[in-house]
Design a protein around this ligand. Structure first.
Ligand SMILES: NC(=O)c1ccc[n+]([C@@H]2O[C@H](COP(=O)([O-])OP(=O)(O)OC[C@H]3O[C@@H](n4cnc5c(N)ncnc54)[C@H](O)[C@@H]3O)[C@@H](O)[C@H]2O)c1
Ligand SMILES: [Zn+2]
Length: 353
C-alpha cells in the first residue's frame, strides 16, 4: 500500500493510495487535524455512491459531520456556489481547526479547496479524489479555483491539503469517457518522465494502484521542485498548449480536456520529430496508444484557428515561450521558441494525419 509523502514549502502531507481507502477516511482525518467537526463537500452523483461510506467512517472516528452537496459539473465552480458553501460552513459552526473533506472529481476538489483555503483564513483540507483525472492531477499540487463568466480558473489560491486519500476502487463506477480522459493525463506522465509507466499502459496489463503511484510520484516531485509554477512544473504542460487552444476553439464542448490534450500531445511529438528533437517513430507509438484508449488522434480544425487561439493566450505575449518537447518517451524538456517560429512549425504538423 503506497503512502507517499508530498513535500511543500508549507510542510509535508501524506497521499494514501489503497483499494478501500475511503473506509479509512475518519482515521486519516483524525490523524491530520485537531478539530472534531467535519464538513464534506461532494456532488450529487458522487454523493449518491460514496457519501454514506465517507460519513460513517468519519462518525466512527468521532466526528460530527455536516454535508454540502453541489450539482455535478463545471458550472458549480462559480462564485454563487462558493457563497453557498460559505453559508453552509458558517451554519455548521466550523472552527479553524475543523476539516473540510473534498469528496469528488476536480470540480469538487477545486471549489471545496478554495472554500477551505479562504473560510476563516483557512481550514484543514482533506482531498478524496474520485475521478482518475482528479487522482493523478487535480488533487495534487495545491491549486484551487472557481470560474468567472469570462474565463476558467480566474479566482484561486495555492493551498496544500493535510492529506489525500485515493481509493482506486471508486473508479469502477466512472464512465468509459471519464476513464479515457484521465488516461490521457496518465499517458502524459509516461511521455514526460516514465517509460516504464508508458509501457505498462501499452501492455494493458497494469495494476491501477501501481499506475496511480507512478503518476503521483512524478507530479509531487515536480511540484515540490517548483511550488509556484515557474520551471520544472512547466513540463506538466506537455500537450496542453495546443490542447487548451483546441478546447477554447471548440467552446469546451466538442472535446473533453483529456481528448484535447491527446491531440495536443500528438501535435507536440510530431513537431519534435519534424524539427529533429524527438526520435522518429515516437508519434506513431503515441498514436497507437491513444487509439487503444479511444482517445482522438485526428481533428478537422484548421491549423490557422488553433494558432490564433494559442496567440490569444496571455501567457504567450512575452516574446519567447517554452514549449514542451520530448527527446524520447520518458524524457521531456523545455524548448524556448518565439511565437512566430511555433506558429510556422504548427502550421506544418497540425491537420496532418
Ligand atoms: N487543481 C488542479 O490542479 C486541477 C488540475 C486539473 C483539472 N482541474 C479541474 O478539475 C475539473 C475536472 O475534474 P474532473 O474531470 O474530475 O470532473 P468532475 O469533477 O466534473 O467529475 C466528472 C463527473 O464524474 C462524476 N464522478 C466523479 N467521480 C465519480 C465516480 N467515482 N463514479 C461515478 N461518477 C463520478 C461527477 O459527478 C461528474 O459528473 C475541472 O474544473 C478542472 O479545471 C484542476
Ligand atoms: Zn490536463
Amino acid at each position: 500500500m503506497p503512502e507517499i509523502m508530498a513535500s511543500t514549502g508549507h510542510g509535508d502531507y501524506p497521499i494514501l493510495i489503497q483499494k478501500g481507502a475511503l473506509k479509512r477516511l475518519g482515521e486519516f482525518t483524525a490523524a491530520s487535524c485537531r478539530g472534531r467537526q467535519a464538513f464534506i463537500v461532494t456532488d450529487e452523483q458522487v454523493g449518491r455512491l460514496y457519501l454514506e461510506t465517507a460519513r460513517l467512517s468519519l462518525v466512527a472516528a468521532g466526528f460530527q459531520v455536516s454535508v454540502g452537496v453541489i450539482p455535478p459539473g463545471e458550472s458549480s465552480k462559480s462564485p454563487e456556489q462558493l457563497m453557498t458553501l460559505y453559508e453552509q460552513l458558517h451554519a455548521a459552526g466550523m472552527s479553524r481547526s475543523d476539516p473540510v473533506i473534498a469528496l469528488g472529481g476536480g470540480v469538487v476538489g477545486d471549489l471545496a479547496g478554495l472554500a477551505a483555503s479562504t473560510w476563516l483564513r483557512g481550514l484543514p483540507l482533506i482531498q478524496v479524489p474520485t475521478t482518475l483525472l482528479a487522482q493523478v492531477d487535480a488533487s495534487i499540487g495545491g491549486k484551487t479555483a472557481i470560474d468567472l463568466p469570462f474565463g476558467k480558473n480566474l479566482i484561486g489560491t495555492f493551498y496544500q491539503p493535510k492529506a489525500v486519500l485515493m481509493d482506486p476502487a471508486l473508479l469502477r463506477t466512472l464512465s468509459r469517457e471519464r476513464m479515457a480522459e484521465g488516461m490521457a493525463e496518465v499517458i502524459k506522465y509516461g511521455m514526460i518522465r516514465d517509460l516504464a509507466l508508458f509501457e505498462q499502459i501499452e501492455n494493458r496489463a497494469y495494476d491501477l494502484e501501481w499506475v496511480l503511484e507512478h503518476c503521483v510520484r512524478i507530479k509531487t516531485a515536480m511540484v515540490a521542485a517548483d511550488e509556484l509554477d515557474t520551471g520544472e512544473r512547466m513540463l506538466l504542460n506537455f500537450g496542453h498548449t495546443v490542447g487548451h487552444a483546441i478546447e477554447k476553439l471548440t467552446g469546451y464542448t466538442t472535446y473533453t480536456h483529456g481528448e484535447a490534450v491527446a491531440l495536443g500531445m500528438l501535435a507536440a511529438v510530431r513537431l519534435g520529430e519534424m524539427s529533429g528533437h524527438t526520435s522518429p517513430g515516437t508519434a506513431q507509438r503515441l498514436r497507437s496508444l491513444l487509439e487503444m484508449y479511444q482517445l482522438p488522434v485526428r481533428h478537422d480544425l484548421s491549423a490557422a484557428d488553433i494558432i490564433d487561439a494559442i496567440r490569444s493566450d496571455k501567457k504567450f505575449l512575452a516574446g519567447r515561450i517554452y514549449f514542451v518537447l520530448l527527446h524520447e518517451i520518458g524524457q521531456a524538456f523545455l524548448y524556448p521558441i518565439t511565437f512566430d517560429q511555433l506558429a510556422d512549425h504548427l502550421q506544418e504538423v497540425l491537420g496532418n494525419d
